[in-house]
Design a protein around this ligand. Sequence first.
Ligand code: HEC
Ligand code: HEC
Length: 223
Amino acid sequence: MMRLLAVLTAMVLFAPLAGAEPSSAVAFDVATVKLLAAADPARGEAIAKESKCAKCHGDAGVSDDPEDVNIAGMSASYIYKQLKDYQLKSRDDRDMFKKTRNLDDRQMADLAAWFASQAPAPVAADRNTDPAVLRLVFHGDPTRLLKACASCHGRDGRGGQFDHPALTGQYPEYFIYTLTEFKEEDRTNDIYSRMRHVAAALTEAEIEALAGYYGTTVPEEEE
Ligand code: HEC
Ligand code: HEC
């Protein structure tokens, strides 16, 4: 009886610790890498049609509404991780939870392969190339322990390995929105808090300037 009581007391005491959620349940282990390698973009295209992803992300991952999120040309591993994070609520969004809750891992991997195979939006012709922005992108700021964006997101901003997303071709509105969410700890699905640290060190003006460097503009109407 005493032992049971001790165990129960210990459980109550350690409950807050046990409740500390990991930032994401996705790990790029052998099973996940194999799942992604076996993914089929054609199947993904069919699932995207059925699920009406185009309503918010455009037919091929580039929307004509600058308030939406472009996902074309992002790596399959990043897209897959986000879909899984929405499904498991590591990343909180009602629309995306509804869209992912009935998908299995293979369907999400297929969707990721399809959108990854599509051409990303081009960067704006008048992108912000202010020297202060370029310094943040390519050198960071050691006085703030801020690493260069390029070290994780690629020198061309087209993304790095695994969970390092492409930034080039994103709509500025979403870019600012999601960085602000990281800054305010409303988006917490970045493993090791890598983006929360970066975003916390940036000012609002710098976030806007960076959106102007990486961002795209609404595509021209096709004649
Ligand atoms: C009703 C609108 C809507 C539909 C339909 C929709 N999405 Fe989304 N999607 C969003 C919004 C809004 C976000 C950004 C939410 C946030 O802030 O986390 C998002 C985010 C994403 C992201 C993360 C992008 C990034 O850069 O991190 C991916 C990947 C994605 N959606 C894929 C899909 C796929 C695949 C489908 C179809 C199965 C789909 N979405 C359907 C609205 C939608
Ligand atoms: C140490 C590596 C690292 C550095 C340095 C870094 N990032 Fe990130 N960034 C990440 C990771 C990892 C993610 C994806 C987190 C996740 O899993 O959702 C991310 C996500 C983002 C996103 C969200 C993309 C999307 O589509 O939702 C933006 C925007 C972003 N980073 C901008 C920047 C900018 C701007 C800089 C430079 C000031 C920067 N990052 C520096 C690792 C880094």
